[in-house]
Design a protein around this ligand. Structure first.
Ligand code: PMP
Length: 352
């Protein structure tokens, strides 16, 4: 078969393990351990008995209105809805980075960006974080081939943040758009939405998969100035969000009190988990997300991961070439984290 050469050369992106429900305490892909707001389930029920023989609203108007309201944006024309923020990222890379051009990402961070460049036949350039997850000035340097810069903020796997004033300085020094991927921002204290109002070149992506507890529904969105949204909307599939997802996401983003309660609960669990891991000999990176990145003094992370997996606890083992490895553990319920910590203690004890 004659596939495009870009496709033949690229390695596929492999998301985290998704075993059938019930087998593991699942702390590997930063989902929410709590269900979404009750209004979400009601909205799904109502949508399921709605006219499913009809196409959905192609531009998810109800969601965009509710999101503009919840996030104090001027109006729905500042928002583009997508099938998870992964689809939004796809739209962004398709929109800005052509064959032979280049995008930039920090390292280590979200590997999917590289795959999206590969699909385009574009190049990617990784700028390593320095001094415990700070960005070097080189991250803000422009060149002719550079067409898009992507910054997960908070970052994964570290959970660290670059403060908005530093993000603003990076955006000012770049000649191409800067995408701030705020998948985990509801667990942090700061966000970059104000920068979007001030700078056409700052684009923010958000997801309903993490803080809102809707990973199974697939819904994410872009916040950018209206002329940017209008241009990028040309790329999306005609009906990229289905009627049930639109209803669910609209109800979820309208349930801000529920969100605040869930986030407060998860952040408390996260901080407790971090201090208990430190006491067990881990170096734990201070996290502003719903996971922690930790490295044990023994360095034997893959063995700890395997031990946990044999005992029905799934965390993420991550190894980054020329950088190092460690464990990324998602925040679960308090009971789940207690079980995980107990098993980590046993894993360490078994290392010999
Ligand atoms: N950005 C980052 C940094 C992520 O970790 C993830 C989750 N894998 C996403 C975006 C995508 O999330 P979703 O497609 O579920 O919205």
């Amino acid at each position: 078969m004659n596939y495009r050469s870009a496709l033949a050369q690229m390695k596929p992106y492999t998301p985290g393990e998704q075993p059938p429900p019930g087998k593991f305490i699942k702390l590997n892909t930063n989902e929410n351990p709590y269900p979404p707001a009750p209004a979400v389930v009601e909205a799904i029920r109502a949508a399921a008995s709605g006219p499913l023989n009809r196409y959905p609203d192609p531009v998810a108007t109800s969601f965009r209105r509710a999101a503009a309201d919840a996030l104090s944006l001027p109006g729905p024309e500042w928002i583009l809805a997508g099938n998870g923020s992964d689809e939004i990222l796809t739209i962004l890379v398709r929109g800005f980075v052509g064959e032979g051009q280049k995008l930039r990402l920090p390292y280590p961070s979200y590997i999917l960006y590289r795959t999206l460049a590969d699909i385009q036949g574009a190049a990617w350039e990784q700028t390593p974080f320095v001094d415990d997850w700070k960005l070097p000035a080189a991250f803000g340097h422009s060149d002719d081939d550079l067409k898009l810069v992507l910054l997960p903020n908070p970052n994964s796997p570290s959970g660290t943040i670059v403060p908005p004033d530093e993000v603003a300085a990076i955006a000012d020094s770049l000649t191409c758009p800067l995408v701030v991927d705020e998948a985990y921002v509801d667990f942090a204290d700061d966000d970059c939405l104000d920068l979007v109002r001030q700078n056409e070149n700052v684009l923010v992506t958000r997801t309903m998969s993490k803080s809102y507890g809707l990973a199974g529904v697939r819904f994410g969105f872009l916040v950018a100035q209206p002329q940017v949204i209008a241009e990028l909307a040309k790329i999306k599939d005609s009906y990229n969000c289905d009627a049930i997802s639109i209803a669910a996401a609209t109800a979820a983003i309208s349930s801000q009190d529920w969100l605040a309660d869930v986030v407060a609960k998860m952040n408390t669990t996260r901080d407790r988990m971090a201090s208990e891991l430190s006491a067990m000999g881990f170096r734990v990176t201070p996290s502003h997300a719903n996971f922690v990145w930790c490295q044990h003094s023994s360095g034997r992370h893959s063995e700890i991961y395997e031990y946990l997996k044999r005992n029905q606890i799934l965390v993420r083992y991550m190894a980054f070439p020329d950088w190092g490895d460690g464990l990324r553990i998602s925040v679960g319920t308090d009971d789940q984290i207690d079980a995980c910590l107990l098993m980590i203690g046993r894993a360490i004890g078994s290392l010999g």
